[in-house]
Design a protein around this ligand. Structure first.
Ligand code: ARG
Length: 255
């Protein structure tokens, strides 16, 4: 076995069912585009009542697969493992998970063109009982972030130096539960998810203060993969045909 793994490693062959397709030609050959996503992030990706993973990102990925003439397979991967290891190791062909384009990440993966404008914001309990405000009242507060996200990066850079204590969650939902229970003053998260929470769970959460940082989401591929250009062509097609605007209306709360 050891010897097989060694030889496989030398030849660059997939071991233990790893999907190694990373190019348009390879995806077409297998007939499947494997999408990795962390489905705890409505309205972009979440489990519906029947357990299937759905959302804005999933519909876009499905359009990319359709244009390639292949089937989309959606795999749930925790955000910590998704970015970037699941992509760089070839466990998935593509990742979409409300993933923010950053120069650091762009060193190790390839991004599509931006497909959604977003921002990092503070999520607090409805009514803001702690009177949390940004930037005024950060000092001495415990603020939650999801690990390995841009929320954590921006909090490290701007909230820690101002005297906040950061609490890191693997799971975004666990952070929300702590906000609701009043265990943390605020949770840093992505703006569209707050609007969605307000709609789905009325009277529980709201945004406090100004946006922390604006950002853009991109689709993620292995470094240098021609799948990124294919995704850009699909994105352009969806925008030109009006389907992109329909997906916005279908999934994203309009302010
Ligand atoms: N936009 C942030 C980032 O790229 C957070 C994304 C979290 N996505 C998720 N499905 N939990 O780091």
């Amino acid at each position: 076995m050891k010897r097989f793994v060694m030889i496989a490693a030398v030849l660059g062959v997939a071991v233990a069912g790893v999907s190694q397709a990373a190019t348009v030609a390879e995806v077409k050959k297998t007939g499947v585009l494997v999408l990795g996503t962390d489905p705890t992030f409505a309205p972009f990706e979440f489990k519906g009542p029947d357990g299937t993973i759905q959302g804005f990102d999933i519909d876009i990925a499905r359009a990319v697969a359709k244009d390639l003439g292949v089937r989309l397979e959606v795999r749930a991967v925790g955000f910590g493992a998704l970015m970037p290891q699941a992509v760089t190791s070839g466990r998935v062909d593509m990742a979409m998970s409300g993933i923010t384009i950053t120069p650091e990440r762009a060193k190790v993966v390839s991004f599509s063109q931006p497909y959604f404008r977003s921002a990092q914001v503070f999520i607090v309990r409805a009514g803001n009982p702690g009177k949390f405000a940004w930037p005024a009242s950060v000092k001495g507060k415990v603020i939650g972030v999801q690990g390995n996200t841009t929320g954590q990066f921006v909090a490290n850079d701007t909230l820690k130096p101002r005297g906040a204590t950061l609490k890191v969650y693997d799971d975004f939902a666990a952070g929300l539960a702590d906000v609701r229970a009043g265990r943390i003053a605020a949770l840093v998260g992505d703006a569209p998810t707050v609007d969605d929470l307000k709609k789905r769970l009325p009277g529980q959460f709201e945004q406090a203060g100004k946006d922390l940082a604006a950002e853009d989401y991109g689709m993620v591929f292995r470094k240098g993969s021609d799948l990124a250009a294919a995704a850009n062509r699909t994105l352009a097609r969806l925008k030109a045909s009006g389907e992109y605007q329909n997906l916005l209306k279908k999934w994203i709360v309009q302010k």
